[in-house]
Design a binder for this molecule. Structure first.
Ligand code: TTP
Ligand code: MG
Length: 394
């Protein structure tokens, strides 16, 4: 079915809010993040600061060097979160199909909204106007296409305050994508990009001219298909709204109370993997992990921790489970043990902390966990196990 997908991303989000609330900073290079004398990074900066080459995740020392007269302000997350909530209520006035991607970014499926709000271009203008009117002049950039991948690419093309509508015609889509670097393909991170570049793939055109068979030995079966399809502008992913279940868990009750830490830990890992598999199957990420222990006298405790960044891989979930478990003194035999995750999101990015190397590791862990899921589906779950776990049979 043909769809109209709109991707919207606020311009210089934190910096724009600061300039709105502090008129003396408007039109000036403004950095939100750590100060140069602190050890820290730039969260974002105003477009005036970008002309000096400052950007998100750059060290603040470097930012100060590039623009000594820039104004540095610390982030005020609660104020930005309030604006974020406000813009999401605006999006929902145009369609119920809204998928949040980060604090300032969302996909909207507007296929069914045209009778009420007009064609693609008209809707984009109306959404920009509503945001500007209701938030005291904040701007957003919009991309519209017949799928998510193209819409997200497009929203980036005329920042700030731009609207880019990708043609729906197949040949035009191929031409639109051809000159872009392969790193613009969804899922090609630094590692895959460098690897593919070594084999001569630089632009999306290089992938268009290639084949799944040629890509397979470089990136694996599943990735070869995905990268090849995306390079041809094909992407079947639907807009997923955030209304489904907000937590996942799994528990096990022992036949006889268990006091053996090794066995308890193995069971906890098995439960963790089961939760991880379901989390990934639902294409979600968790921001909080918890364990539950019920002692032989039925007293029950739960312990939880939060992650800096939303995660979905077995390794991180297991580390969290182990940390929580090791912190508990096994004062009595255990009757029931459980693991759960909550604060589920459809995106990995939750906070301002986006350390590049850290997200590379996370990405690898996710890919590996997904591979294990695929193998288990094919060969049965008892065959493929992370070390130290046991099969759960309840
Ligand atoms: P972005 O949408 O990536 O950036 P932006 O809105 O500031 O600028 P642009 O006009 O290019 O969209 O991220 C949204 C907010 O998330 C941003 O204002 C600050 C925060 N953020 C960080 O804290 N660290 C980061 O590394 C990035 C990329 C964003
Ligand atoms: Mg933005």
């Amino acid at each position: 079915m043909a769809r109209d997908i709109l991707h919207i991303d606020m311009d210089a989000f934190y910096a724009a809010i600061e300039q709105r609330d502090n008129p003396q900073w408007r039109g000036k290079p403004l950095v939100v993040g750590a100060r140069p004398e602190q050890r820290g990074v730039v969260s974002t900066c105003s477009y005036e600061a970008r002309t000096y080459g400052i950007h998100s995740a750059m060290s603040s020392v470097e930012a100060g060097r590039r623009c000594p007269h820039a104004i540095f302000v610390p982030p005020d997350m609660s104020r930005y979160a309030a604006v974020s909530q406000h813009i999401f209520t605006i999006f929902e006035q145009f369609t119920p199909l809204v998928e949040p991607l980060s604090i300032d970014e969302a996909f909207l499926d507007i296929t069914g909204s045209h009778a009420l709000f007009g064609d693609n271009q008209t809707m984009a203008l109306k959404i920009q106007a509503a945001i500007s009117n209701e938030t005291g002049g904040l701007t957003a950039s919009i991309g519209i296409a017949n799928n998510k991948f193209l819409a997200k690419l497009a929203s980036d093309m005329k920042k700030p305050n731009g609207i880019t509508i990708v043609p729906y015609d197949h040949n035009a889509i191929i031409q639109f994508l051809a000159p872009l670097p392969i790193g613009r393909i969804w899922g090609i991170g630094t590692v895959t990009r460098t690897h593919l570049e070594r084999y001569g793939y630089k632009t999306i055109a290089d992938i268009q001219r290639s084949s799944v068979a040629a890509l397979r030995p470089l990136v694996g079966e599943a990735n070869a298909w995905r990268i090849y399809s995306l390079a041809h502008g094909e992407d079947e992913r639907e807009v997923i709204t955030d209304t489904s279940e907000k937590s996942l868990s799994r528990e096990h009750t022992f036949d006889t109370d268990c006091a053996d830490p090794k066995h308890l830990r193995a069971m906890l890992y098995a439960l963790t993997e089961d939760v991880g598999r379901r989390l990934r199957a639902s294409k979600r990420y968790a921001t909080t992990a918890r364990i539950k222990l019920r002692w032989s006298d039925f007293k029950t405790i739960t312990r939880q921790i939060s992650f800096d960044q939303a995660v979905s891989d077995d390794f991180t979930l297991r580390e969290a489970a182990a940390l929580l478990f090791d912190n508990e003194q096994l004062i009595k035999p255990v009757r029931l043990i459980g693991f759960g995750v909550s604060g589920l999101t459809t995106t990995r990015i939750t906070q301002q902390l986006l350390f590049d190397n850290n997200s590379d590791t996370l990405k690898k862990r996710e890919t590996l966990s997904e591979t294990v899921d695929a193998l288990r589906q094919r060969f049965g779950s008892s065959l493929i196990q992370h070390p130290g776990t046991i099969p759960i049979d309840d």
